[in-house]
Design a protein around this ligand. Structure first.
Ligand code: SF4
Ligand code: SF4
Ligand code: SF4
Length: 528
């Protein structure tokens, strides 16, 4: 068969689909319900393309490639049709990509994942999860007012998780262990970044910039690093050894410290501009006169920076922390540090400076009556764990395990790999639950030892049904009910554990959403 796809001629054997033909010449068409090697089953209409001759939009995964076809795969019309197909799927989708605790954490730390890793005793993975967003967790575990705990869903049932103490437990275990976590930095970029200020924003910026391969120099007027953490928090709350340990971890990444150096006196901004490829300003709270001295736009006593990228009026200068936004929360300053690192990295790579990429988020809004019972299915009933040795001592290993068992796993365990989420972001799809009362109920089925099934996230693609069918798994999974009301489930009312025995892993891996997920982190980051 000879056809033309996006202006390129392609020859395929009889029986090939338009999707096969496009993929053969490297054209990527998105799919959700398509499963290579299995017969076509349904169409989610994500793979639509335009057949120029008939003028119709056709599903490429099932349309046979025929002689003389002229196909468009990426026109506005095609993209619009895919976006509408996604809107439709999302309109009946019930689930939160991210847990309320994570959404509320200024550093956006993956709290539920950390908790699952602590619960499984995988402390190396837990500290890696923490440090992906918070480079000084032992420090923050002592000074953070924990806004995440105010948002913790468990608080609606009894009391919130002790998230901050759990994070501190992971951090202390790492610092006191035989070899603390030492992330691998990317290859040296040959680019140099000056970071003015050795407080939480500057230290965090240096940590993530060093990971990205840039040579970092922190410049600070004091003789020791820490900024407000060292000079504004008492030793009884934050022992200096803890701060020094985490600063040392940053130094070990190759970050240089020029202490006792005040920009404007010993180091001039003009000289920094010549010596470095980019400058991060994190000097802490400013008065009107000092703010004006940085050579970038200011408003009163604050440096003006874009709220997403923290870029200033000077393209090579980025600013964050209290110099930009007043408020003494160290975690917010640390979050600014990471944002600046991402933006500086984009700037140094010569790309568009946007700051962190915002991902699509499915949100189901407030819980309907009784839904919390489904969230409690995997959570222990114990009350919040108070450290036996007092808050200053922190949680013991057993206490951390007990506390982690209270988490309700409010996030989606496939949030990083969900195809629906990825495509919704790519096509700018939107989810409109016009009113919470009108949405479907959230349900979580936990009767399988390894797998959790959340029917509200099922797109009815039928992939799992086809897998269990071909494998001869009995009873397997099937569509139960009729028409619009049909759902995937185990026939004859059997439990999920009975339905999925040999094919559970395959079904989870192939399910394009978080509807079928492993309970215990197997698809979540390191240690799979
Ligand atoms: S299934 Fe995908 S879109 Fe739905 S909540 Fe999970 S990650 Fe988000
Ligand atoms: S129960 Fe767990 S996942 Fe849910 S909000 Fe609290 S800490 Fe986060
Ligand atoms: S549960 Fe089955 S039918 Fe539903 S989205 Fe996952 S693979 Fe598809």
């Amino acid at each position: 068969m000879n056809l033309v796809i996006d202006g390129m001629a392609v020859v395929v054997a009889k029986g090939a689909t338009v999707l096969d033909a496009a993929r053969g010449i490297g054209i990527n068409i998105p799919t959700m319900c398509h499963l290579g090697g299995y017969a076509h089953f349904t169409s989610c209409m994500l793979c639509v393309v335009k057949d120029r001759e008939s003028g119709r939009l056709i599903p490429s995964c099932s349309a046979p490639a025929t002689d003389g076809m002229v196909i468009e795969t990426d026109s506005d019309e095609v993209r619009h049709a895919r976006s509408s197909a996604l809107d439709l799927l999302l309109s009946e989708h019930v689930g939160d990509c991210e847990a309320p605790c994570r959404i509320t954490c200024p550093a956006h730390m993956n709290i539920p994942r950390m908790i699952r890793q602590i619960g499984a005793g995988r402390m190396r993975d837990a500290i890696e999860t923490v440090k992906a967003d918070i480079p000084m967790p032992a420090v923050l575990g002592r000074v953070c007012p924990a806004p995440c705990e105010k948002a913790c869903r468990r608080g609606r049932y009894d009391t919130p998780l002790a998230i901050c103490l759990l994070k501190r437990y992971a951090a202390d275990a790492d610092l006191s262990g035989p070899s603390s976590f030492h992330p691998v930095c990317r290859h040296a970029s040959g680019r140099k970044v000056a970071i003015v200020g050795a407080g939480p924003a500057g230290l965090a910026a240096a940590y993530y910039l060093a990971l990205a391969g840039h040579a970092c120099t922190i410049i600070d007027e004091k003789d020791e690093a820490g900024g407000g953490l060292r000079y504004g928090v008492s030793e009884s709350i934050l022992p200096r050894g803890v701060l020094a340990g985490e600063v040392e971890g940053i130094r070990r990444l190759g970050v240089e410290f020029r202490m006792n150096t005040r920009v404007g006196r010993d180091a001039d901004m003009g000289l920094l501009r010549m010596e470095f490829h980019a400058i991060v300003l994190a000097p802490g709270k400013q008065d009107a006169q000092s703010a004006a001295g940085w050579g970038v736009a200011v408003a009163d006593d604050r440096i003006v920076a874009d709220q997403h990228s923290l870029a200033t009026s000077d393209t090579m200068v980025f600013a964050g922390g209290e110099a930009v936004q007043h408020g003494r929360m160290a975690v917010r300053a640390a979050a600014h540090g990471k944002i600046m690192a991402i933006a500086v990295d984009q700037y140094l790579a010569g790309g568009t400076v946007t700051g962190p990429v915002r991902r699509f988020e499915s949100r189901m809004g407030r819980l309907l009556e009784g839904e919390i019972i489904d969230f409690m299915k995997e959570a222990g009933q114990r009350a919040r764990t108070a450290p036996a040795g007092g808050t200053a001592a922190g949680l013991s290993m057993d206490e951390a395990a007990m506390e982690s068992a209270r988490c309700m796993h409010c996030d989606c365990r496939k949030a990083d790999i969900c195809r629906l989420r990825e495509l919704a972001g790519e096509y700018g799809a939107s989810q409109k639950h016009f009113n919470v009362e009108g949405r479907r109920r959230f349900e979580r089925i936990t009767t399988h030892p390894d797998v959790v099934y959340e029917p509200g996230k099922c797109t009815k693609c039928g992939i799992c049904v086809r897998i269990t069918e071909r494998a001869g798994e009995k009873p397997g999974l099937a569509f139960t009910g009729r028409g619009f009301e049909s759902v995937v489930g185990v026939p004859f009312g059997d439990s999920l554990g009975a339905g999925l025995q040999t094919t559970a892993g395959e079904c989870v891996r192939r399910c394009p959403t978080g509807a079928l997920a492993f309970k215990h982190e197997r698809h979540e980051g390191p240690g799979e």
